[in-house]
Design a protein around this ligand. Structure first.
Ligand SMILES: Nc1nc2c(ncn2[C@@H]2O[C@H](COP(=O)(O)OP(=O)(O)OP(=O)(O)O)[C@@H](O)[C@H]2O)c(=O)[nH]1
Ligand SMILES: [Mg+2]
Length: 194
């Protein structure tokens, strides 16, 4: 069997207050996107660990910033989803501030994977996040999730569309059901971390 891209992965810690964000010595990759877009599922797929990050069909599963230590030398960081309307406004604001502090202050953040739904055109909240990352000059790529739910033809079109929206950023297709896409995403992330 081919060697997996990442060998070991373990839960490291959950952070709910900005003062607890670790002063990381490890290169980090973070995953961000609307609630239910598939951030935690992607982390599990890329790390080949079924239940490492908690997933759910109900949005708003991931609370706080979850750190996973990978190969004893990288951090994978699972962020709470944005746009979860059911949360009270005060709570949404709290997560938003925590996420913004994390994204601006993390010195070893090598790559932010901004996940979007391959079935839809760019949404207002996603555009806002992308513009925010651009304004703060943070390194990010776009990952189009759940591509198993669309045809190959539709995928070609949506890839071209997103590339035209974000000509200066990598746009990657992804599905937890496609081994080749899991592998290419894992390799892309590894390359960005080293
Ligand atoms: N068909 C399909 N379903 C997926 C894929 N990725 C995730 N899902 C499903 O989408 C739902 C949400 O996945 P999560 O990984 O929990 O999403 P999340 O972005 O971490 O959500 P929050 O933690 O709430 O922000 C789950 O039911 C997953 O099984 C995919 O590539 N294909
Ligand atoms: Mg999650």
């Amino acid at each position: 069997m081919a060697k997996p891209v990442f060998q070991t992965a373990e839960f490291y810690k959950t952070v709910v207050r900005s003062q607890d964000i670790p002063k990381s010595v490890y290169p980090e990759v973070a995953f961000i996107g609307r609630s239910n877009i598939g951030k935690s599922s992607l982390i599990n797929a890329v790390l080949a660990k079924k239940n490492l990050a908690h997933t759910s069909s109900a949005p708003g599963k991931t609370r706080g910033i979850n750190y996973f230590l990978v190969d004893q030398k990288y951090f994978f960081v699972d962020l709470p989803g944005y746009g979860f309307a059911k949360l009270p406004k005060s709570e949404r604001l709290k997560w938003q501030q925590l996420i913004e502090t994390y994204l601006t202050d993390s010195k070893n953040l090598k790559l932010i994977c901004l996940l979007m739904d391959s079935r839809h055109d760019l949404m207002e909240s996603d555009l806002e996040m992308a513009r925010w990352l651009q304004y703060h000059e943070r390194p990010f790529c776009i990952i189009l999730t759940k591509t198993d739910k669309i045809s190959g033809n539709a995928l070609t079109k949506v890839m071209a569309k997103y590339k035209s929206y974000f000509p200066d950023h990598h746009v990657l297709p992804f599905s937890i059901k496609a081994k080749n896409l899991i592998k290419s995403t894992a390799l892309f992330i590894k390359q960005s971390l080293s």
